[in-house]
Design a protein around this ligand. Structure first.
Ligand SMILES: Cc1cc2nc3c(=O)[nH]c(=O)nc-3n(C[C@H](O)[C@H](O)[C@H](O)COP(=O)(O)O)c2cc1C
Length: 482
C-alpha cells in the first residue's frame, strides 16, 4: 500500500506577508515577523550588544557551531574544516559561538574525524583562530567587535571515536528507551564518579588550551543528548552527579570552578532547554513518540508525558550559571539523534530520521518562544536563539522582530551558513537575499555524516556539489527511498 506523506506548504510558496501570516495562524504558530525589512542598511540586526563584562559584540547575528566530520584522524582541521570556518568569519556575524564541537579527549569524539583539543594539536587550533581573525579583518576592517568561542564537548552516549566507526557510548544512567534503541546490552556499564572527575579535568585543560590558542571564550556544551546534556536528566543516577538538580549540575559547576581557578577564560553554555521522549517512524514513516513502558521522566525541561515543556529547572539552572559568572547562554532543544524535528526543523528528514510529524514552522516557533521566556526571566544575560534556518525567505523578517521585541539578543544561524555563508552581511546591509543560496532543509548535511561521510551543503554549495561524495550521497538516498 502506498504510504501517505504529510503535506506542508513550502516556505517559498508563502510569498506575501499576508499568506505567511495566514499560514502561521492556521497552524497555530506563534512567530513574530516584520512585514517589511529595513533595507537602508540600518537593520536592528546591526546594533551592537554589550555584555555584562563590558565587552561589545558588533551585531546581533551569531554563527552556531557546525561540525563537518572532516578533521584528520588525529583531530586536526582539514582544508574543508578551514574553508567552513573561513565562511563563518566572512559571514558578517560578530559572534562565532563555538565554530564546531571539539572533543576534550579521544574517547569523547562523536566521530573519528571530530576535532580534538590537546597539546599536540594546539598549533592547529592557533592557526584556525588566526585564520578567522585575518579573514574577518580583511573583509570588515576590524575585529575589535568580533567575539569568538570554542565549543568543548564529550559525546557521551553518542561517541563513535575510532576508525572502526563502532558506537562506544559513555553513559551516565540506564535510559528507559535510548539504551534499547541503540542496542546496548542490559548490563552496559555507566561512567563512575571517579571517571567523571577525570572528565571534569579534561574540560578544564581543554579550556586552558583554547585560551592559549587565542579563543576568547569556551562553550561547555550541554545539549543534543551528548554527555553534558545527559547529566541534566540523570534523575535516577546515584551519587554526587545524579538525583537533585544540584548534583546533576555538579559537572558544569565543577568545570566552571576549575576554569576560574586556572585559565579563567569566560565560559558560555549551549543548552538544550527542553527535550522530548525519543521519536520513531510509524507505518507511513512519519515521526511518532516511542512507546514508554512507564511515565517518561528522562527529559530535562520536559514533562512526564515526554511531549511537554516545563522550564522550572531550566530557570533554576540558568540562574545558577548567572551567579557563577556565565554571561551568555545559547538556547537549543532536544537531540538530532532521537528528536530531530524539535532540534533542527526540516521538511526533508535525514536518513536516520522520520517524516515531519508537524509543520516544521511549529518547531521553529517552539524554540523561539522558549528562548523568549528565558530572555524575559534573565534580562541581564546574553541569550542566543537557534533553529531559524527553516524560515528561509522569512528569516530576516522574523530575526528583526525577535530582536526588536527583546525575545533574544542574538539570532543564531546553523544550516543556513552552510549554503549561504554571507546571509548576515546581506541582511545587515539591506541587500536582497540571493534565492539560489537559501537552505531548503534537505538534510543532506545530516544524512552524509550518518553514513560515514563528510558534511556540507551538497545541494547548494558548488564546492560540495562537485565532490565525489555528492554522487555517493545521491545514490544512497535513491536506494533508501529518501
Ligand atoms: C551538519 C550539522 C552540524 C552541526 N554541528 C553542531 C555542533 O558541532 N555543535 C552544536 O552545538 N550544534 C551543531 N549542530 C546544530 C546547529 O548548531 C543548530 O542548532 C541546528 O542546525 C538548528 O539551527 P538551524 O535551523 O539554523 O540549522 C549541527 C547541525 C548540523 C545540521
Amino acid at each position: 500500500m502506498a504510504k501517505s506523506r504529510p503535506k506542508f506548504p513550502r516556505i517559498a510558496q508563502l510569498k506575501t506577508a499576508e499568506s505567511f501570516a495566514q499560514h502561521l495562524s492556521k497552524i497555530g504558530a506563534d512567530l513574530p515577523f516584520n512585514e517589511t525589512l529595513n533595507n537602508t542598511g540600518q537593520s536592528i540586526m546591526n546594533q551592537p550588544f554589550k555584555l555584562k563584562s563590558g565587552r561589545v559584540i558588533g551585531n546581533r547575528f551569531c554563527i552556531l557551531p557546525m561540525e563537518g566530520w572532516d578533521g584528520t584522524l588525529e583531530g586536526r582541521p582539514s582544508e574543508m574544516t578551514k574553508r567552513r570556518w573561513h565562511n563563518f568569519a566572512i559571514s558578517g556575524a560578530k559572534l562565532l559561538w563555538g565554530c564546531e564541537a571539539v572533543a576534550v579527549n579521544p574517547e569523547g569524539r562523536a566521530n573519528p574525524n571530530q576535532l580534538l583539543i590537546n597539546e599536540a594539536n594546539l598549533d592547529a587550533f592557533k592557526i584556525l583562530y588566526n585564520n578567522l581573525i585575518e579573514a574577518h579583518e580583511s573583509k570588515f576592517g576590524t575585529t575589535s567587535d568580533l567575539y569568538i568561542g570554542l565549543q568543548l564537548t564529550h559525546s557521551g552516549r553518542f561517541a563513535i571515536p575510532d576508525e572502526d566507526r563502532k558506537r562506544k557510548p559513555k553513559i551516565l544512567y540506564k535510559h528507559s528507551i535510548l539504551n534499547k534503541k541503540f542496542n546496548l546490552p542490559e548490563d552496559y556499564p555507566t561512567l563512575t564518579d571517579t571517571e567523571i572527575d577525570t572528565l571534569v579535568e579534561d574540560f578544564i585543560k581543554g579550556a586552558a588550551l583554547a585560551k592559549e590558542a587565542g579563543y576568547q571564550f569556551v562553550d561547555i556544551k550541554h545539549c543534543h543528548g551528548y554527555l553534558g546534556h545527559e547529566f541534566l536528566s540523570a534523575f535516577n543516577r546515584e551519587g554526587k552527579y545524579g538525583g537533585s538538580l544540584e548534583n546533576r549540575m555538579r559537572f558544569i559547576t565543577s568545570i566552571v570552578d576549575g576554569i576560574k581557578a586556572t585559565s579563567n577564560i569566560p565560559v558560555a553554555v549551549r543548552l538544550s532547554a527542553f527535550d522530548w521522549i525519543p521519536f520513531t517512524k510509524d507505518e507511513n514513516d512519519i515521526g511518532v513518540p516511542e512507546k514508554s513502558p512507564n511515565t517518561y521522566s528522562e527529559a530535562f525541561g520536559g514533562t512526564d508525558q515526554g511531549l511537554g515543556i516545563d522550564l522550572s529547572e531550566v530557570f533554576e539552572m540558568i540562574g545558577y550559571l548567572e551567579k557563577l559568572g556565565v554571561e551568555m547562554v545559547c538556547i537549543t532543544a532536544g537531540s538530532p539523534y532521537y528528536v530531530p524535528h524539535i532540534q533542527r526543523p526540516a521538511l526533508f528528514p535525514p536518513s536516520d530520521g522520520y517524516l515531519p510529524p508537524e509543520d516544521p514552522l511549529l518547531g521553529v516557533a517552539r524554540q523561539i518562544q522558549v528562548t523568549h521566556e528565558i530572555k524575559r526571566k534573565f534580562p541581564n544575560l546574553a541569550i542566543v536563539g537557534s533553529a531559524y534556518s527553516y524560515l528561509q525567505e522569512w528569516l530576516p523578517h522574523v530575526a528583526e522582530a525577535v530582536v526588536e521585541n527583546h525575545m533574544a539578543d542574538f539570532v543564531g544561524l546553523g544550516r543556513m551558513v552552510l549554503s549561504y555563508p554571507d546571509m548576515p552581511d546581506d541582511i545587515i546591509n539591506g541587500r536582497p537575499l540571493t534565492r539560489g543560496k537559501i537552505c531548503r532543509t534537505f538534510s543532506d548535511c545530516t544524512t552524509a555524516p550518518r553514513i560515514g561521510m563528510i558534511s556540507g551543503c551538497f545541494p547548494l554549495d558548488p564546492y560540495y556539489k562537485a565532490k565525489p561524495e555528492a554522487v555517493q550521497l545521491k545514490a544512497f538516498k535513491k536506494n533508501s527511498g529518501l
